[in-house]
Design a binder for this molecule. Structure first.
Ligand SMILES: [Fe+2]
Ligand SMILES: [Fe+2]
Length: 355
């Protein structure tokens, strides 16, 4: 494979609380958005018009692979999360930006529904369907390749793809807590408490992931590799934000979490084995070792006590729960196909080297 230069950072203390850096634009919509957020005198209404124009040009699933649209959505969602470096927080509720986001989201949600339509999604017994959808396959998988064959450089690439989400692991799923009540709320709190290390910084899963990145010679700065990841990686991030920022998609957010938890334990075992095969120690593997243990418990809580009880409370959420789970699986597959497809051709799965 061709080599990818990855910005190396010496091992240092965990960097927390940083904002997303302003990335390079990937087209006219993100260029207008970045100009606005960077303090130019560009007209916010021009951004709205550009976003609507972009959304209108897409059909089928094309927006999922559109760098310009996906980067714009990532930045617009980030205004509600840790924020963007040097960008005033007032932009969070700017009506022109929200209107542009709504246009992009409408096209993106339609694309996600098209992608998921090929999968078996229907209302019914939510618990048994979740187990069936997320059952481990016996065929070849990316995690098995990582266990037995992947190089250190390939591990670095995978960590870079995952870093956008894992360095803020769980934050978007947490948005479900205030929207739930009763047993499902208690179940989500129980899972999330573990994700945040029971309130101990050194045990937070985002901290463990940062440790793994540093052990592999990567920067653990929040969103440091934003410029390096392709549209499909951003789309997998954005579909979670789409579910998290819309109360009407609460069921999909819960279903997404169920799919994360039920498909984590076995692959984590493979990733840990691969890192040990390459000579990395416990500090590098702890993130994965922790998920082997924790997610074998989390999957039970998420499927039975969270999704199952939510569907009992409100049977209309059943189809949305399955939709969210299917969407998570579809985007995991798309990202894995992208990465392994690039590797099979001898290419890097990342965009041009981050500076
Ligand atoms: Fe976790
Ligand atoms: Fe978990």
């Amino acid at each position: 494979m061709s080599s990818t230069r990855i910005d190396r950072t010496p091992s240092q203390a965990v960097t927390t609380g940083t904002r997303m850096p302003i990335p390079s634009a990937r087209g006219p919509v993100s260029e207008l958005l970045i100009a606005l957020l960077s303090g130019s005198d560009a007209n916010p209404a021009a951004f709205t018009a550009a976003a609507r124009g972009s959304a209108g040009e897409h059909d089928g699933t094309s927006i999922v692979f559109d760098d310009d649209a996906q980067l714009s959505l990532t930045l617009l969602y980030e205004l509600h999360l840790q924020g963007l470096a040097g960008v005033p927080d007032e932009w969070e509720w700017n009506l022109d930006l929200l209107a542009g986001r709504a246009a992009l989201e409408s096209s993106f949600e339609a694309a996600v529904r098209t992608l998921v339509a090929g999968h078996h999604v229907e209302a019914g017994d939510v618990i048994s369907q979740l187990w069936a959808m997320t059952a481990p396959s016996t065929g070849p998988s990316m995690s098995k390749f990582m266990a037995t064959d992947a190089s250190t450089e390939q591990f670095q690439e995978v960590l870079v793809h995952r870093s956008l989400n894992q360095l803020r692991e769980s934050d978007v799923h947490t948005l479900g807590i205030p929207r739930l009540s009763g047993a499902p709320k208690a179940a989500l709190v129980e899972v999330q408490a573990d994700e945040y290390g029971g309130g101990r910084l050194e045990r937070m899963h985002s901290t463990l992931f940062a440790n793994t990145m540093r052990e592999l010679g990567l920067s653990d700065r929040y969103a440091h590799y934003l410029d390096a990841v392709p549209a499909v990686t951003l789309a997998s991030l954005n579909v979670l934000s789409l579910f998290g920022f819309h109360r009407r998609l609460l069921g999909a957010l819960i279903g997404h979490l169920c799919a994360v938890e039920t498909t984590s334990s076995l692959p984590s075992k493979n990733y840990s084995a691969g890192l040990r095969r390459l000579g990395f120690g416990a500090r590098a593997t702890l993130f994965y070792d922790e998920h082997v243990e924790a997610d074998s418990v989390h999957e039970q809580i998420a499927v039975r006590d969270l999704a199952g009880k939510l569907a009992e409370q409100d049977p209309t959420t059943g189809s949305d729960i399955l939709f969210g789970a299917a969407a998570c699986l579809v985007f995991d597959d798309l990202l894995a196909e992208h990465i392994t497809g690039c590797w099979d051709r001898g290419d890097t799965s990342l965009r041009s080297s981050p500076q």
